[in-house]
Design a binder for this molecule. Structure first.
Ligand code: ZN
Length: 236
């Protein structure tokens, strides 16, 4: 497979890294299945490296970005169910309310972007002068990652760059944003989604799913620090 080197998005170095995890890719080759947004956990990922200069974690090498675009277009966007969307709206709504109440935000318009492909500089072009951005991303500095390491859901073929509170602040500052706050995010999550994320085998998941369904608690929502971070930033 044609593999491409990646650069550190912060300091632009290429080979100045330590390897965190060796690649784990499908033996039959990468297909659009690996880019389905809510596929069953398969632990597939490119080699994961950490920049020695600035500590940003990234996938390296990866497949041709044009091929990745095509695989995303062919992939299944499967989180359209109410059980997924309601807790997500609750999580993001809380932080949207917080920024509107805490800062001098012009409320004339807002734009919600699913940032799977990384649109950081593109966001800046779309923003009004002094416009605000809220971004919620995975957090490689989170307790859940420190506990699960390579089994963490954030170590994934879809995640080219993985930030912590410090590197997230730096990437926004590098792109001329004023950073107001960087913080761990509390996600509302259903018990059934939590079970999907757990690094246990399918047999155990099926047994636990039956217990959840039997008790009727599969859609119960809990507020948990699952391993995301948030940032409030403003166009300078
Ligand atoms: Zn770097």
């Amino acid at each position: 497979m044609d593999m491409r080197k990646t650069k550190c998005a912060l300091c632009c170095t290429q080979d100045d890294y330590t390897i965190l995890y060796a690649e784990n890719l499908p033996t039959a080759g990468i297909s659009s299945v690996e880019y389905d947004s809510r596929r069953m956990r398969d632990y597939m990922h490119f080699q994961i490296v950490k920049c020695k200069t600035c500590n940003l974690v990234r996938s390296d090498p990866i497949i041709d970005p044009e091929l990745i675009d095509n695989l995303y277009k062919q992939s299944d966007c499967s989180y359209t169910t109410e059980k997924e969307n309601e807790p997500l709206a609750r999580t993001y709504g809380r932080y949207l309310e917080n920024i509107v109440n805490s800062y001098d935000v012009n409320r004339s318009s807002y734009l919600d972007i699913g940032c799977s492909n990384g649109f950081l500089q593109d966001v800046r072009k779309k923003l009004n002068e002094k416009g605000f951005v809220i971004a919620i991303n995975h957090n490689i500095g989170s307790i859940s990652y420190k506990f699960l390491r390579e089994k963490s859901p954030i170590i994934d073929i879809e995640h080219t760059y993985l930030y912590d509170l410090t590197t997230m602040r730096k990437i926004f500052e590098k792109n001329q944003f004023k950073v107001h706050k960087v913080f761990p995010v509390k996600n509302w999550v259903t018990l059934s989604r939590l079970l999907e994320l757990m690094p246990i085998n399918e047999k155990s998941k099926n047994i636990l799913a039956k217990i959840q369904n039997g008790l009727g608690i599969q859609n119960m929502q809990l507020p948990l620090y699952l391993g995301n971070l948030g940032i409030y930033a403003q166009k300078n």
